[in-house]
Design a binder for this molecule. Sequence first.
Ligand SMILES: O=C(O)CCC(=O)C(=O)O
Length: 304
Amino acid sequence: MDAKERYFWDLTGHLVVPQVLGPDEVATANEAIDYYTRKILKIGDADDLPGRPDVRADAVVRTSNQHPYFLKMPAPHSDPFRKMLVHPQIVSRLNDMCGPGFRLDHGPELIGHVKGVAGLRLHGSGDRHKPHVAYRNQNGEMYCGGVTVSWQLSDVNAGDGGFVAVPGSHKSKYIMPEDLKYFKSDMDVLVQPAMQAGDVLFFMDGAQTHGTLPWRAAHQRRSILYKYTSRTSARQGTAEEVARPKQYWDQPSIAGMTPEQLAVMWGPYSNYHAELPVLGIDDQGVVRTEEPIDADNIWSDRRG
Ligand SMILES: O=C(O)CCC(=O)C(=O)O
């Protein structure tokens, strides 16, 4: 990362690096997505596939970030996505952004919106405060718990829609107004970066307020998103799957435990919903399990 990039990243919470992939590399990755799409449509029922990709007519408009299809496809189809995973242009920047030892937490996922597909409301920016994805800068060293790297495999022109952010919101001290969250007012603070196929977008996923505008262009959006974290952040992905005490510990360690004891035996992951018990203390001073607040479920109130 050079001084200009560092300044822009720290100031805004996102960064576009132009032309990381050449036209041939973009074409190869797009062919692999076409192959994947044909395969799914041949299977016919996307509901039967892990993660239930969102399919409209002849397009896969979104895959689940819990299921890294693009890393799993048989070679050579997975090759472009495995190269992207540790591309030198990504590694050099993530070493600065997240610190050495960064790792893939979940993804890669495809956002392949076609004209008219709805967006996703604004989210992130400390509501609720999530230390595992927050941004800090101390003694000139930056640290961000969650950075998403989004590879553009088709152009995104001004006004097309797609990724949108509130630059600087990772430093905001106030909760975002509801009108802004649901795009009822843009308050002149929203930016939808224009990008070309081959460009790469980095954004502070969780720290910066961001979301998705409905896709308005005639061509399909093709972004592949890799969700990285710093070494010790655990958001979801495999961490979520192995977090249950019976997976995370051996049987003798947890056999016969009370629900309260079991509550602290869950492995680390932070994008939990209602499944994870948390501990509280009741009026009598007794430790009890409580349901956590389901504050992360942005999908439950998706808006156009
Ligand atoms: O690229 C986009 O449309 C934004 C995706 C997003 O909101 C997310 O990955 O959390």
